[in-house]
Design a protein around this ligand. Structure first.
Ligand code: AR6
Length: 173
């Protein structure tokens, strides 16, 4: 079966996929934006698991991903990945952002997930130019799906109209 990529507008905490992805910070201590929304809706077990991961393995480097349960959310897992802070494109931000999508897909597959939902990683507080972020998000996922045959459905969950339109454009729709 061919994998599908959906682009929707909405709140990722409401999405019923095996895994939803969080745009976290390296300390995995929660924050604003989608990170805040996920911890608020999911409850304290997610933060407890994040603290355990940091205690055992240290902070999560930019571009890497770790997995926890999803607490009270409809998803089974939350994959926490750390997007790059935009610094003008001089700090390998495109490669780091692509790694977020790749590593999240691989981690989801390792945990038996068949569906995964992504927010627009780095396109908020971290200041990544939205059009460039959308391009990397869509095309990295499309390319990586050939290496993650277990993943049958990817949903890009956009929180605002601008990101939604940019993602649709990248998808050719
Ligand atoms: N569902 C889907 N997308 C959302 C939601 C939601 N409930 N809420 C916000 N977004 P951001 P970043 C969108 O700032 O740029 C945190 O404080 C938002 O509109 O959440 O990677 C972390 O702790 C934007 O398009 O993440 C880090 O310190 C996208 O999610 C830092 O922010 C990402 O915006 C990470 O910054």
């Amino acid at each position: 079966m061919q994998s599908t990529i959906e682009i929707v507008m909405g709140d990722i905490t409401k999405i019923k996929c095996d895994a939803i992805v969080n745009a976290a910070k390296s300390s995995l201590t929660g924050g604003g934006g989608v990170d805040g929304a996920i911890h608020k809706a999911g409850g304290s077990t997610i933060l407890d698991e994040c603290k355990l991961i940091v205690a055992q393995s240290g902070e999560c480097p930019t571009g890497e991903a770790v997995i926890t349960s999803a607490g009270k959310l409809p998803a089974k897992y939350v994959i926490h990945t750390v997007g790059p802070v935009w610094e003008g494109g001089t700090q390998s931000e495109p490669e780091k952002l692509a790694n977020c999508y790749r590593n999240s897909l691989f981690l989801a597959q390792e945990h038996g997930c068949t569906s995964i939902a992504f927010p627009n990683i780095s396109a908020g507080v971290y200041g990544y130019p939205k059009k460039d972020a959308a391009k990397i998000a869509y095309h990295t996922v499309k390319q990586t799906l050939s290496q993650t045959p277990a993943i049958k459905k990817v949903v890009f969950v956009c929180f605002d109209e601008e990101n939604y339109q940019l993602m649709l454009k990248e998808s050719g729709k």
